[in-house]
Design a protein around this ligand. Structure first.
Ligand code: MGD
Ligand code: MGD
Ligand code: MO
Length: 685
């Protein structure tokens, strides 16, 4: 299965092998979801797995940190050294002084989480500190559980901050079919995207990050026209009165002034959504990448609440995260697997004190506070870390993150490629790609798949899950299950799936249907009771109200901060490009050739004012840092706004972001909304 992006679509790949090498990849015909297709990134898998900079053997640093002076060592020696350092740090500072950190890869996460627990540390931290958890928290605060749009039965879908053509092509295809079958789509995006152009019956183009106001303005239209579902609200919704009072401040004129969306369009969108039943709005996680992101997301979700668009076909229906953030239609023992070795420690995970709502809802440290805690040693020191697929460029003010790595007494990095994090590690471990390993994945349609490797490891690499189980042994942890290896643990975790013949399942080519999966039953979430403090859908959050510095209503505040003549533009960094995925394929020549230079999208009027032509070099700067990029002049960007993709080594946009620009509810960084300056740079002739 393709692992270029996960847990996402998980497309089937046919790999053609000659003399032990992959010579060609194609989508697997008939594979659920992808049905024989691959995206631009997936088609580049061959270049990905044979990248020149793959780590070839375990390595030990012999020069200064960041110096690239390493020597090869054996796996046993690497394990021995990691275990010795981690156990020493534990003896000196306590187990919580070691952080177990993971980047975008997902497939082995419960194993890393259990390793942290068995070791005694609460500090398991992942990229979810900046990816998916803020959304989950928003759903939890309002509905008590994560939910998703039921596209099969809806009549109107609002793609709010979502461009599936770039970020998930099977979804884009589904939406095209949906439209062909008469479904209506509203797209809301400050960028004039492919989704806006190809899918939208109605397109709203707000200023970056003003979505909270837009949603409250739409709510005001709905309430004034009495289109809301009062019977549903009386029965199921908490805090309606307070919400209604707050929403009154967002009349059409005010909302138009804040968002830049014409009042007439705001009215139309509200009417179309409210008067089409079933209809559903599902805001993307792009909404959460800014200071007021959590509340913007909640304001949008609240529209579903006042219209009763929850727990019935065609609306928001609850999702079970079966395994590694994917839904296989059943409850695995993943939670128990993680929980049963949880340490009894007084120490709270990184970031819990600073982001108490996060601490209450999320079972992992808030990684956006990791740098600060390493550098300050407060409230307790973090002295060592074990990182799997940790990319320094994911972190705001990424150079500060590198400084934090350098301050650790010990850092071990496991990655496929030789990255900046590896250069600052003490021990580096080479890991396998999905072509070289076996793994179990669950996904929608109630499917489960046990893949097999198609090639021998390209170099002396090992799968992450095996490394974790081996480390449990090397660390001499009292955890016989984890020490028994990946497959035995899986059999335990997946036992509720009802698979009778595990061996047959393991050898089966392609996904199988989960025997014990259960189809969604309309109304079952209400019947089981909502997991919110009031037991109702909360427009006014009783979870949030406990924290005096947070506001229980989904209030709107400007995330850009006060205007600043020195930094007149607002940057939105990271809107997905179809040919890029974070840092991982910028170095593959095919996808890279589609946008060969790191480019900043800028509106034609701004380009003119700055005297820019297409491809000119610009310097983009903030108080935190600056970079050089190529100007890409496009109508996709509105005046005053700049868009740029992240993860480039030579133009790392996250190096411009102040680490303190964090949403106080979720700790999420301001990737998609911060002020910057843009200047033309005369190329040296
Ligand atoms: N400005 C800006 N920054 C962003 C975002 C944004 O929108 N804007 N998006 C954020 C989001 S949503 C996310 S999810 C993060 C992702 O950010 P990252 O976690 O940085 O994502 P990647 O660069 O894909 O992968 C990180 C590392 O994992 C390695 N890797 C790949 N597969 C494996 C594997 O199986 N095992 C191991 N051990 N390593 C592997 C890769 O080589 C790479 O070095 O970026 C965030 N950063
Ligand atoms: N090709 C590709 N696909 C990917 C990824 C990738 O790196 N590359 N990453 C994967 C990952 S880790 C994740 S988390 C998902 C992310 O999935 P999404 O969050 O859906 O993806 P983004 O492209 O970040 O944002 C979607 C749209 O939101 C818009 N947007 C940005 N700011 C705002 C705003 O303030 N208001 C509104 N209304 N819209 C806004 C952007 O212009 C963009 O078109 O994508 C996944 N898919
Ligand atoms: Mo993400």
């Amino acid at each position: 299965m393709c692992d270029i992006c996960t847990p996402g679509p998980q497309c089937g790949i046919d790999a053609y092998i000659r003399d032990g090498r992959v010579i060609k990849v194609e989508g697997t015909p008939g594979f659920p979801g992808s049905n024989g297709r691959l995206c631009t990134k997936g088609a580049a898998n061959r270049q990905y797995i044979y990248r020149e900079d793959r780590i070839r053997t375990p390595m030990r640093r012999i020069g200064l940190k960041g110096s690239d002076r390493f020597e090869p060592i054996s796996w046993d020696e690497a394990y021995r050294q990691i275990a010795a350092h981690l156990n020493q740090t534990k003896a000196d500072y306590g187990p919580e002084a070691i952080a177990f950190v993971c980047g975008y890869p997902k497939w082995f996460r419960p194993f890393l989480h259990r390793l942290a627990h068995s070791f005694g540390s609460p500090n398991y931290i992942t990229e979810s500190s900046a990816c998916h958890q803020a959304e989950v928290m928003s759903y939890q605060c309002i509905f008590g559980c994560l939910a998703q749009a039921d596209l099969r039965d809806t009549k109107l879908y609002v793609a709010w901050g979502s461009n599936a053509f770039a970020n998930m092509f099977p979804l884009a295809r589904r939406l095209m079919e949906f439209k062909e079958q008469g479904g209506k789509i509203i797209v809301i995006d400050p960028r004039d995207t492919q989704a806006a152009q190809k899918l939208a019956d109605l397109y709203l183009r707000p200023r970056i990050g003003t979505d909270g106001a837009l949603a409250l303005g739409m709510a005001n239209v709905i309430l004034e026209n009495r289109w809301h579902d009062m019977a549903f609200i009386r029965r199921h919704v908490h805090g309606f009165q307070a919400y209604q009072d707050y929403v009154k401040g967002f009349d059409l004129k005010t909302t138009e002034r804040i968002t830049g969306v014409p009042g007439k369009l705001i009215y139309q969108a509200a009417e179309l959504f409210a008067r089409t039943d079933p209809s559903v709005i599902s805001p993307s996680n792009a909404i959460t990448h800014r200071i007021n992101g959590f509340n913007n997301h909640r304001a949008i979700l609240s529209l579903n609440a006042i219209m009763g668009r929850f727990d019935r076909p065609g609306t928001l229906i609850p999702v079970t995260e079966t395994f590694c953030h994917s839904n296989g239609g059943f409850r695995s023992l993943e939670e128990r697997f993680i929980d049963e070795t949880r340490p009894r420690t007084e120490r709270r995970a990184v970031g819990f004190d600073r982001f108490p709502l996060w601490g209450e809802l999320v079972d992992e440290g808030q990684g956006m506070h990791l740098t600060s805690q390493i550098l300050s040693g407060e409230p307790y020191p973090i002295r060592a870390a074990l990182g799997f697929g940790v990319n320094t460029r994911m972190y705001p003010d990424s150079r500060r993150f590198v400084r934090a790595l350098d301050q650790l007494d010990f850092y071990a990095a496991a990655d496929i490629f030789w990255t900046e994090s590896c250069r600052h590690a003490d021990i580096v471990l080479p890991v396998s790609t999905s072509f070289e390993r076996s793994e179990v994945k669950c996904y929608s349609g109630h499917l489960i798949n046990y893949t097999a490797p198609v090639i021998e490891p390209v170099h002396d690499n090992r799968p992450d899950a095996d490394i974790i189980c081996d480390l449990a042994k090397a660390l001499e942890l009292d955890d016989p299950l984890l020490c028994s290896g990946y497959d035995r643990c899986l059999q335990y975790i997946m036992s509720p799936a009802g698979i009778q013949d595990w061996e047959a399942f393991r050898c089966h080519d392609g996904p199988v249907h989960v025997p014990n999966s259960r189809p969604y039953q309309a109304g079952s979430t209400f019947a089981g009771g909502l997991h919110t403090p009031s037991g109702k859908i909360e427009l006014y959050s009783e979870r949030v109200v406990k924290y005096p510095h947070l506001e229980p209503l989904p209030v709107y505040r400007d995330s850009s901060g006060p205007e600043d003549p020195e930094y007149p533009f607002v940057m939105c960094a990271g809107a997905r490009l179809p040919n890029a995925i974070h840092s991982r394929i910028h170095d593959c020549t095919w996808p890279r050739s589609l946008r060969s230079r790191a480019a900043a999208d800028i509106a034609p009027s701004d380009a003119k004012a700055l005297g820019l032509s297409e491809g000119d070099t610009v310097r983009i700067s903030t108080r935190t840092g600056s970079l050089l990029a190529a100007a890409h002049i496009t109508l996709q960007a509105s005046p005053g706004e700049i868009y740029m993709y992240h993860g480039y080594q030579e133009a790392d946009v996250n190096a411009l972001i102040d680490t303190e620009l964090l949403d106080p509810y979720t700790g999420f960084p301001a990737y998609k909304q911060f002020r910057c300056a843009v200047q033309k740079v005369e190329d040296e002739a």
